[in-house]
Design a protein around this ligand. Structure first.
Ligand code: GLP
Length: 252
């Protein structure tokens, strides 16, 4: 695991954007695993600004988001579909059919009517998502944020390291951390997430951690042997992981 400690959030966003763009330059058909959350927003802003100057930055790139909430419409302000459109997809020339986000409403029609049982619809969606990643040639570079409890994607503590894309229950702390965009009492309870084995299948991985709220998680990532009680520790089993942390996150 390589560590890059940078001064602050601005420097972290610069480094992450440079890494992402140079990976695309090296392989214009790159298959990306992409995160949501507050941490990558600065990276996306820089990538979008740079791609406005470069021709066909994302033309042959495929993107796969790590996760999406269950039961939330793509148009909902709190959905990761909305997040990705706002921060990246609406601003770069990625082909719509190559930009993948799990469908957290699989099994429902657009009008909310059931066409399959919800469980069966979501189960099929998880299988389809893994198949789509394989059909694209597998993940080349995956960028991750870090939950304060060590979650990656929405793989909460206790997730087996051999897990694949599936439906998960969110912990109360994760629901609280992501409550901003949902009315009181309507924060989703479940999500579809790539599993830890799906993430580890990526050829290379970058983890972003910013701010003092992440300092315990960063310290544990640095010290802990792989242990499912802290999902990000699985990354220590991977040969090509770079953690980019700012000084506040790396304070311990
Ligand atoms: C959510 C996402 C994760 C993200 C985490 C940290 O739970 N599913 O992929 O890494 O939040 O978010 P933030 O960057 O806002 O701290």
């Amino acid at each position: 695991m390589k560590w890059e400690i940078v001064a602050d959030y601005e420097a972290l966003s610069d480094r992450a954007a440079q890494n992402l763009l140079s990976s695309i330059r090296q392989n214009p058909q790159l298959v990306l695993g992409l995160p949501t959350g507050r941490t990558p927003q600065g990276m996306y802003a820089r990538v979008v600004a740079e791609c406005a100057r470069l021709y066909h930055c994302f033309r042959d790139v495929s993107t796969f988001n790590l996760d999406e909430y269950v039961g939330i419409a793509p148009e909902h302000p709190g959905s990761y579909h909305t997040y990705m459109r706002r921060h990246l997809l609406d601003h770069v020339d990625v082909q719509p059919e190559r930009a993948h986000i799990p469908d957290g409403r699989a099994g429902l029609t657009g009008h909310g009517a059931l066409i399959l049982s919800p469980d069966e619809g979501l189960r099929q969606e998880c299988t389809r998502y893994e198949g789509a990643i394989a059909d694209a040639g597998g993940l080349g570079l995956t960028i991750l944020g870090l939950g304060t409890n060590g979650h990656i994607g929405f793989n909460e503590p206790g997730t087996p390291f051999d897990s694949r894309t599936r439906v998960v229950n969110l912990t109360e702390s994760t629901r609280r951390a992501n409550a901003d965009l949902f009315p009181e009492g309507q924060v989703p309870r479940q999500a579809v997430t790539m599993g830890i084995a799906t993430i580890l299948s990526s050829l290379s991985i970058i983890v972003l951690a910013s701010g003092w709220k992440k300092r315990d998680a960063v310290a544990r990532l640095r010290e802990l042997e792989p242990d499912p009680s802290f999902p990000a520790s699985a990354l220590r089993l991977h040969p090509d992981v770079t953690v980019i942390a700012d000084r506040a996150a790396a304070a311990l």
